[in-house]
Design a protein around this ligand. Structure first.
Ligand code: ATP
Ligand code: MG
Length: 570
């Protein structure tokens, strides 16, 4: 199966057209692989949760295969038992499905350990691999540098018989970790360091999350990846640019084993400003409790973005728009936010919520239960219908929407000034009540009954419209406001001896303890987007319980992307 239909997809779809799709189309046209279907794979290592960089690789591998009727496998590249866990295997599958994709086959590199071992023996017999007793440090010294050729290991010319014997005993567990390795015999003077007799196997007496204690030698990434592709008849193995230098080695193993000729093609890694896309560093944030977990809404993981209220359709649209190239670049985070706002604006149900409440009493409004006003659920979508919102004599407005002494150009509520309460009435502030410290705790107003629905009765204009919530009908909620997790566009930009941790934004999370929401929001559903009018886009957090609602701010309403784009274009 290729791209799954997804109710959040809307008009956004993955149809990447670029050098990768051209290359595949060309191979189809010239029948490079005969009549075989185009086969791709997404190959995560289960050593962490997927992040939005992986979403790019997923959209490309699944999307490009789907374009030509091809297929995509999910393959776990599980060759590092010490760092890998079942928890990651599970979360990765959940996240790929959430993004809207489903795989043809679920595979594991560890399923191929037996075959890889047989192939290693073939290379030894062909005189193309040898057991080396040098230590890891010595191997590094012998490898040389970019400007200096490497030197042959003293063990390089062992006989085939001795190599076969030692390799078998490595497998049987006769030697301690790190005492020996199996290396490919290629060329110590190669200008490409990856070709200087790369290590194929190391000894590691470690339990694997799938194979248990069956193996105590494990293949290196370079020895496992291409052959795994080949076993699965992968035609196009697309990966990010850092693997470009490994491509000659990828080919060398396939050619010297004479197996299915998978081809590796590289594309640029996704980097986003103010965002860290490295599982290792994200793990560090989790382990050091700088965030609440892999799914902390400030994390760029797919699980974090989901909890924050980001949607699969917007992520796919963003990744597609960011495009592919052959050099790494940096994408503005505002672009991601722009795609997300676009999607939320179309779909989010509106509601009124006051984050920092100030009480307003409308002195000439009747006491009692008040009345209902009719409000559109989503002005962008007439089919979304309307709802009834209770209005009464006492309401909450935002503290920021009132100033006793208004600064210049302040058009919201202040003594003697008239404003519109959204969908309700015009009110005019008359006087204030203060606490002992001189803070305004209550504003007394009058209203114009003729302005019901927020319409001007006589053509007189008010300069601003503010939102409100009836005090006696309000529901309380915790609201979590998120800002960027890092203060620098490049979180890795730090002083000598420092680290990305120095760039963590100490104000990335603001907790609002007692926001006041219109009653319809008490029925908010997990996974649904809401727009708190004039405030931002929000979603219900899984921490919510019936007695206490918890909302996450997905994004504020302000979209700065158009401006950035215009500047770049001019
Ligand atoms: P990280 O450095 O975050 O651990 P990784 O590359 O080691 O990432 P893998 O699990 O090995 O993570 O990646 C699976 C696939 O996802 C690889 O093919 C890799 O090329 C691709 N990938 C990872 N990060 C990005 C990114 N930022 N942009 C595009 N593709 C990526
Ligand atoms: Mg990796």
């Amino acid at each position: 199966m290729g791209t799954m239909s997804n109710e959040n997809l809307g008009s956004l779809d993955v149809r990447p057209s670029n050098f990768l799709s051209e290359r595949i189309a060309e191979d189809v046209r010239t029948k490079k692989y005969g009549d075989a279907v185009i086969q791709t794979r997404f190959p995560p290592e289960p050593n962490g949760y997927l992040h939005i960089g992986h979403a790019k690789a997923i959209c490309l591998n699944f999307g490009l295969a789907d374009e030509v009727g091809g297929k995509t496998n999910l393959r776990f590249d599980d060759t590092n038992p010490e760092k890998e866990e079942q928890e990651y295997v599970d979360s990765i599958q959940q996240d790929i499905r959430w993004l809207g994709f489903d795989w043809e086959r679920l595979c594991f590199a560890s399923d191929y350990f037996g075959q890889l071992y047989v192939w290693a023996i073939k290379l030894i017999k062909d005189g193309k691999a040898y057991v080396d007793d040098l230590t890891a440090d010595e191997i590094r010294q012998y490898r040389g540098t970019l400007t200096e050729p490497g030197r042959d290991s003293p063990y390089r010319n062992r006989s085939v018989e001795e190599n076969l014997d030692l390799f078998e005993r490595m497998k049987k567990g006769e030697f301690p970790d790190g005492s020996r390795v199996l290396r490919a015999k290629i060329e110590m003077a190669s200008p490409n360091l990856n070709m200087r007799d790369p290590v194929m196997y190391r000894i590691l007496h470690a339990s694997h999350h799938r194979t248990g204690d069956e193996w105590c030698i494990y293949p290196m990434y370079d020895y496992a990846h291409g052959q795994s592709d080949s076993i699965e008849n992968v035609t196009h193995s697309m990966c990010s640019l850092e693997f470009a230098d490994h491509q000659p080695l990828y080919k060398w193993f396939i050619e010297n084993l004479g197996i299915f000729p998978s081809q590796q093609i590289e594309f640029d890694r996704l980097s986003i400003t103010y965002t860290l896309l490295s599982k290792r560093k994200l793990l560090q944030l989790v382990q050091e409790k700088r965030v609440s977990g892999w799914d902390d809404p400030r994390m760029p993981t797919l699980s974090g973005l989901r909890r924050r209220g980001f949607t699969p359709g917007a992520i796919r649209a963003f990744v597609t728009a960011a495009g592919v190239s052959r050099t790494n670049g940096m994408v503005d985070i505002e672009m991601l936010e722009h795609f997300q706002r676009d999607d939320l604006n179309k779909r989010a149900q509106r509601g009124m919520a006051v984050l920092r409440p100030l009480k307003v009493v409308i002195d000439n409004y009747p006491e009692g239960d008040g009345e209902f006003v009719e409000v559109a659920n989503n002005p962008e979508d007439p089919t979304a219908g309307t709802r009834e919102v209770p209005f009464s004599r006492e309401i909450y407005i935002e503290q920021d929407d009132f100033r006793e002494v208004p600064p210049p150009k302040y058009y919201r509520l202040s003594p003697g000034k008239e404003v519109r309460l959204r969908n309700a009435y015009f009110i005019t502030a008359q006087n204030v009540v203060k606490d002992g410290a001189g803070n305004v705790v209550e504003v007394h107003c009058t209203y114009d009954p003729a302005s019901r629905g927020g319409n001007s009765p006589d053509g007189r204009k008010v300069k601003s419209t503010i939102h409100w919530v009836s005090t006696k009908h309000a529901v309380s909620a915790d609201v979590r406001l998120y800002e960027k997790l890092f203060t620098k566009p490049d979180p890795n930009d730090c002083v000598e001896g420092g680290s990305f941790l120095d760039n963590i934004n100490p104000e990335s999370l603001e907790l609002i303890g007692d926001a006041k929401l219109e009653p319809s929001l008490a029925k908010a559903k997990a996974g649904e987007p809401y727009q708190f009018e004039r405030v931002g886009y929000f979603c219900l957090d899984p921490d919510s319980i019936d007695e206490r609602l918890v909302f996450n701010r997905t994004l504020s309403l302000k979209d700065s992307w158009a401006k950035i784009e215009k500047k770049a274009g001019s």
